[in-house]
Design a protein around this ligand. Structure first.
Ligand SMILES: NC(=O)c1ccc[n+]([C@@H]2O[C@H](COP(=O)([O-])OP(=O)(O)OC[C@H]3O[C@@H](n4cnc5c(N)ncnc54)[C@H](OP(=O)(O)O)[C@@H]3O)[C@@H](O)[C@H]2O)c1
Length: 318
C-alpha cells in the first residue's frame, strides 16, 4: 500500500511517499480501515520530528513510523470481539497512544477509538475532527464548562480553537475568542459572543475575569493569565509547548485551578461530537486539503502556525 514515511529523524526530516506492507489482519478488538482521509496535528511534527525515537513505542510500530492520528474511512475487516461495527461502515477516529498511522491507504485501529462517521460529513470533513474536537470537548469539560459560565479561548482561529468556540456555544457558555485582526470576522461567524484582537496590545492585563481561560495556543501560563482568571478562574492549557508544560502543574500544587488537557480517544466522545455535527451545532473547519503524496506540504502549512481550522490529507478522493 501507499504510505507516508520519513527520510529520518529530527527537524530536517522530510515526509515521502513509500510503498509499504499493509497492516497485519486486525487483532480481536481492532478494525482495519480503508483510509479515505487523515488530518494533520501540530503534535505529529513536534513529537515525530523532534522526539521521534522517544515517541515511538517500539513493538507497536514499524520504524520508521507511518504518520498520522486522525482518520476517516471504511471498515474492511474486523476482529472477533468487534460487535459495534460491520464491514462497509464509514467510521472516523484516532488513537494517539498506539498511533493510528493514518497517512496510508489502510490503518488498523481499536474499536474503542472509532465511531460511526457523522452522516452529513464527507470523509475529508470527518477526518479533520477527532483529535482537535476531542481536545476541545475534553478541555472544556476539565475546566468545568457549563451553561452560563464565561470562557476565554486563546487561539480561537486554529484547529482546536475553531471547534472549542462552537462546542462552548453548544454548551450555552459566553464565549470570548482571542485571535488576530484578520480572523475577527471568521471567529465571530463561528459563534463567539466577544472578540479580542491579540495584536492590539496586551489583553491579558485588561480583559477582565473569566470562569475558564482555555489557552489553546499553549503559549500562556496561569501566571501570564492571572488577571484573566481572577480568584476563581480555571486555567486549561493544551500544554504542547514552552513554560505551560511546567507552570500549569506547579500552579495546581499551589491549590489553584489549573490543568493541562491530554486528549484521549473514546468512542463515546466521538459519538457525542457526531451528534453535535448531525444536529448542526458543530461544523468542521478546513484550512486546506492536500493529496497524500503532498503530505510534506501539508505539514509545512501546519508548521506555519497560521492555519484557520484543520489541514486535511486526502488519501482517496471522495
Ligand atoms: N494536549 C493535547 O492533548 C493537545 C491536543 C491538541 C493540540 N495540542 C496543542 O495545542 C496547540 C494548538 O493546536 P492547534 O491544532 O489548534 O494549532 P494550530 O491550528 O496550528 O493553531 C494555529 C492558530 O493559532 C493562532 N495563533 C497563533 N498565535 C496566537 C496567539 N498568540 N494568540 C491567539 N491565537 C494565536 C493562529 O492565528 P493567527 O494566524 O491569526 O495568529 C492560527 O489560527 C498546539 O501546541 C498543539 O500541539 C495539544
Amino acid at each position: 500500500m501507499k504510505a507516508i514515511t520519513t527520510t529520518g529523524w529530527g527537524p530536517n526530516t522530510k515526509l515521502i511517499l513509500s510503498e509499504m506492507d499493509a497492516p497485519a489482519k486486525p487483532g480481536p478488538d481492532d478494525v482495519l480501515v480503508d483510509v479515505h482521509a487523515a488530518s494533520v496535528n501540530p503534535k505529529d511534527w513536534k513529537l515525530n520530528f523532534h522526539l521521534a525515537m522517544a515517541a515511538t513505542p517500539v513493538g507497536t510500530q514499524r520504524l520508521p513510523p507511518i504518520f498520522g492520528d486522525d482518520l476517516a474511512g471504511v471498515v474492511i475487516a474486523k476482529g472477533a470481539n468487534v460487535r459495534h461495527f460491520e464491514i462497509g461502515d464509514a467510521v472516523y477516529g484516532m488513537d494517539m497512544r498506539l498511533r493510528t498511522a493514518s497517512l496510508a491507504e489502510q490503518a488498523r485501529i481499536s474499536q474503542h477509538r472509532v465511531a460511526k462517521k457523522p452522516k452529513n460529513l464527507s470523509f475529508n470533513e470527518a477526518a479533520s475532527l477527532p483529535l482537535a474536537a476531542l481536545t476541545a470537548l475534553q478541555g472544556l469539560r476539565k475546566g468545568g464548562a457549563q451553561a452560563g459560565k464565561s470562557v476565554l479561548i486563546i487561539g480561537a482561529s486554529g484547529g482546536v480553537g475553531t471547534l472549542a468556540v462552537q462546542i462552548a456555544k453548544q454548551m450555552k457558555m459566553h464565549v470570548t475568542g482571542v485571535c488576530s485582526t484578520r480572523n475577527l470576522d471568521f471567529v465571530r461567524a463561528l459563534g463567539a459572543d466577544a472578540l479580542i484582537d491579540y495584536t492590539k496590545g496586551d489583553y491579558r492585563k485588561t480583559a477582565g475575569e473569566f470562569d475558564i481561560v482555555f489557552d489553546v495556543t499553549s503559549y500562556e501560563t496561569p501566571l501570564t493569565c492571572k488577571a484573566l482568571l481572577g480568584r476563581k478562574g480555571h486555567f486549561i492549557s493544551t500544554g504542547g509547548q514552552g513554560m505551560s508544560m511546567l507552570a500549569t502543574p506547579l500552579y495546581r500544587v499551589l491549590g489553584k485551578k489549573a490543568d493541562t488537557v491530554v486528549v484521549e480517544s473514546y468512542r463515546q466522545d466521538l459519538d457525542t461530537l457526531a451528534d453535535m455535527v448531525e444536529q448542526g451545532t458543530l461544523k468542521p473547519i478546513i484550512d486546506s486539503v492536500f493529496p497524500l503524496e503532498d503530505s510534506e506540504a501539508a505539514y509545512e502549512r501546519n508548521r506555519s502556525g497560521r492555519c484557520r481550522g484543520k489541514v486535511v490529507i486526502e488519501v482517496l478522493a471522495d
